[in-house]
Design a binder for this molecule. Sequence first.
Ligand SMILES: [Zn+2]
Length: 278
Amino acid sequence: MAAQGVKLGIRIAVAAAALLAVYFGVGAKKSAAPEDATYDIVIANGNVMDPESGLDAVRNVGISGGQIRAISSEALKGKQTIDAKGLVVAPGFIDLHEHGQEPRNYQFQARDGVTTSLELEAGTADVDSWYAAREGKSLINYGVSIGHIPVRTKVLTKISSDSGLGGKLSPADMAAQDAAAHRQATPEELVQMKEAMEQGIQEGCQTFDQALFAMYRDGIIVLDQALINADSANNLRLKIKLAGLKVDQEPVPAQAPGQDASRQEPVQAAVGFRLRKN
Ligand SMILES: [Zn+2]
């Protein structure tokens, strides 16, 4: 896998550091280069951007033993050197909203510099199976949330599309899913959906909207705040309905409205999922 990653990096050098961040560890130690050091890999002459330190300049990056060992304006010696002249060398990008969660998608994302691909909107109907399908054979880091759309689809059709929008389905299965999307769930199906969602949360996952739902339910934010921040306002409305809460009923806010800065932060902090590194 490492060899494949390096090959991609050579072709599209903008992704080189991103890929290296995956294979050699994000947040690796960076130090001045010992003069006689020979690194396993050197990414030379790229415009290195490091948000952590604010660095934005042409530098050489030396990597050995799976870690970034040096970021230097001096030339570095490497057993292998990747020339990144005229290209950006940056930490891997994190995509929070990525439905493409198949091996082919990961290849394209790596070429865009994405090293962590997260399906946190649609999610999956079965968290453990989703991770098991990717364990040990994915090019980049990945993660998923439990999601109402695939759960509803699976309960109403018994067809699982794995990653929600990224699975391969036959035309007949797609037609069945389409039909299910336009019919009302039975009371029994609603119970199954709630159970599947709760199981997913127990397995370590929740969607942005699930986090918003919990905050609304607990009176931390009002309905308007939840819906404005929702990835899918309709899904969130449905979650609220399923919980027996009235969509037009607003709990008393825990804090005074108008504190815009405080609205966003808990939303981010409340979301949980299991990140898998490959
Ligand atoms: Zn989407």
